[in-house]
Write a protein that binds this ligand. Structure first.
Ligand code: NDP
Length: 237
């Protein structure tokens, strides 16, 4: 399969790049600024690394075209790129809100729109969105993040209905707290509290999210669409 992953330079996205490459798929990934990490990963895996800001609709459309030419087609899209920010709701600026929604929701829209056109033409495809358990439960001090991730849930269900007749599945994976740079600034007390609130009593590994992504992108999941799968140690039950 030919796979496009956004936010592939680090964390969950990098784990996805390794997993798909490891099973023999051809992979291209977008990233925003981590040139060194992206280059190292590309050398390690053979994946095609492309510096593309997913908030730039025109750049995304051009890049998706280039990926389709380089790989021959795009069979799987993983909308993984995202940012997080912890801030009191009353202190959020217009810019904070806009950047969050631009990246975590509009970015996925731009990449999906450009890719879906190609999937519709080929009458096949699998799209996996990376949401967050906070999109289901809501997180205090992450209202803009929670809202954008809840938007991804809605996009997943609506798009599954619209693209189903073209034999394209659309699903969402909602991770819980995962050990990546996104959580690097978390203090020990918060980390302990989150572990305590998780039935499996720990935070997750990027590879545990990747396993769910690979499943939803596989033929084994051929009759699953519009679904959201939590990979959160039971946090959001
Ligand atoms: P990281 O911060 O480790 O990595 C984020 C990735 O997204 C990087 O590759 C980054 O590129 C890329 N990215 C960010 N903004 C843009 C942009 N505008 N254009 C292109 N690429 C961009 O995050 P995680 O791996 O932890 O998170 C991955 C996804 O999983 C996100 O959507 C996140 O919301 C979600 N998630 C994560 C959880 C966690 O606990 N870690 C929990 C729930 C959901 P670059 O390296 O160049 O900056």
């Amino acid at each position: 399969m030919n796979v496009l992953i956004t936010g592939g330079s680090r964390g969950i996205g990098a784990a996805c790049v390794r997993a798909f490459c490891g099973r023999g798929d051809r992979v291209a990934f977008f990233y925003r600024k981590s040139d060194g990490a992206a280059e190292t990963l590309a050398t390690e895996t053979g994946a095609l690394a492309m510096r593309v800001d997913i908030t730039d609709a025109e750049a995304v459309a051009n890049a998706v075209d280039r990926v389709a030419v380089a790989l021959g087609s795009i069979d799987v899209l993983v909308n993984n790129a995202g940012i997080a920010q912890i801030k009191l709701f009353a202190d959020l600026t217009d810019g904070d809100w806009q950047t969050m929604v631009d990246t975590n929701l509009s970015g996925a829209f731009y990449v999906t729109r450009a890719t879906a056109k190609k999937m519709i033409a080929q009458q096949s495809g699998k799209i996996v969105n990376i949401g967050s358990m906070w999109g289901k439960t809501g997180a205090s001090c992450e209202v803009h993040y929670s809202a954008a991730k809840a938007g991804l849930r809605g996009m997943t269900m609506a798009l599954a209905k619209e693209l189903g007749p073209s034999h394209i599945t659309v699903n969402c994976v909602e991770p819980g707290v995962i050990d990546t740079e996104m959580n690097a600034a978390m203090d020990d007390e918060t980390r302990r509290a989150l572990c305590d609130a998780t039935p499996l009593c720990r935070i997750g590994r990027p590879e545990e999210v990747t396993a769910a992504v690979c499943f939803l992108a596989s033929e084994q999941a051929s009759f699953i669409t519009g679904q959201t799968l939590g990979v959160d140690g039971g946090f959001a039950i």
